[in-house]
Design a protein around this ligand. Structure first.
Ligand code: PDD
Length: 276
């Protein structure tokens, strides 16, 4: 299959240097974009977030966003990808290993590739379980950086417990999950953590909030506690490709009546209409 390496689309091969700063320091940023029926979903929004992440870590993107967008579309077409994802990352470049930024003549390294993946229809329809774990990440979770070790450890805990996700809490406050945003429904209101430095403002999250508004579902972008989550009528998570997944069990607690709830199903249906 083909990959994007800086400004070239080429056959996939490993061109990453052992002193790539993404490899050594996690010094870079990334995006994962869902592809449905050959079309990337909300590509402009993902590229907008990439620009913001770049700015927040003082990384200058090598290409204009317009050029990058065209290259990603060319990559999807070249790989004849129908269902799956685009993964792309930009590291601060390759230079002798010193923590501080390299000299200005060192260019960032951009890579992107595609991966075929089936739609997650079954888990979206049927729901899944989650576990709780302490959020041990840094205080800039709003930046989509390559540093994912706390997320990796959390997701591993989920998988070891036959759960789809690890829901993170900072003390008593639910923030998000290891690779998705968390919503709860209580007395007809849809709650999710506000978009600040404690969470990644998901592209799916933003779209779901917009859809809730259109569906006249009342939104509360406000924090809620672990106990409030366990006591919710419905819980769901959102992320690229997972779309909207009902959470029916958190640790050993059943959520609501243990089946996907009405509000969750409405939101899922509305989300699917974006690509069906
Ligand atoms: N993860 N929160 C975290 C910590 C995430 O890593 C992600 C996405 C999300 C959801 O964001 P979005 O709706 O834009 O995908 C929330 C991607 C999919 C990943 O790392 O694979």
């Amino acid at each position: 299959s083909k990959m994007l390496y800086n400004d070239k689309i080429m056959e996939r091969e490993n061109l990453i240097d052992i002193e790539d700063r993404g490899y050594q320091f996690g010094d870079g940023i990334y995006e994962v974009i869902g592809v449905y029926d050959g079309k990337p979903l909300m590509l402009d929004e993902h590229l907008g977030r990439l620009e913001r992440s770049a700015k927040e870590v003082q990384l200058t993107l090598p290409d204009s966003i317009g050029d990058l967008k065209n290259k990603l579309l060319e990559l999807v077409a070249g790989n004849e990808l129908a269902e799956g994802i685009i993964y792309m990352q930009v590291s601060r470049g390759t230079a002798a290993r010193w923590h501080e930024f390299p000299k200005a003549d060192v260019s960032p390294v951009t890579v992107a590739y595609t991966r075929a993946e089936d739609r997650m229809t079954d888990v979206e329809n049927e729901g899944a379980a989650a576990v709780l774990t302490e959020d041990i990440r840094w205080l800039r979770c709003d930046i989509k950086t390559l540093n994912l070790l706390p997320n990796v450890l959390a997701k591993q805990k989920a998988v070891e417990n036959n759960a789809i996700e690890a829901i993170l809490h900072r003390g008593e406050t639910i923030t998000e999950a290891s690779a998705s945003n968390v919503f709860m429904v209580k007395d007809g209101e849809i709650w999710t953590h506000p978009a600040n430095n404690f969470i990644l403002n998901g592209i799916t999250r933003r779209k779901v909030l917009q859809l809730c508004d259109e569906l006249n579902l009342k939104i509360k972008e406000a924090t809620f506690t672990v106990n409030e989550l366990l006591d919710a009528d419905e819980v769901f998570i959102t992320a690229t490709k997972l779309d909207v997944v009902p959470i029916l069990k958190v640790d050993n607690h059943m959520i609501g009546t243990g089946i996907p709830g009405e509000a969750t199903k409405k939101v899922l249906q509305a989300f699917r209409s974006l690509y069906q």
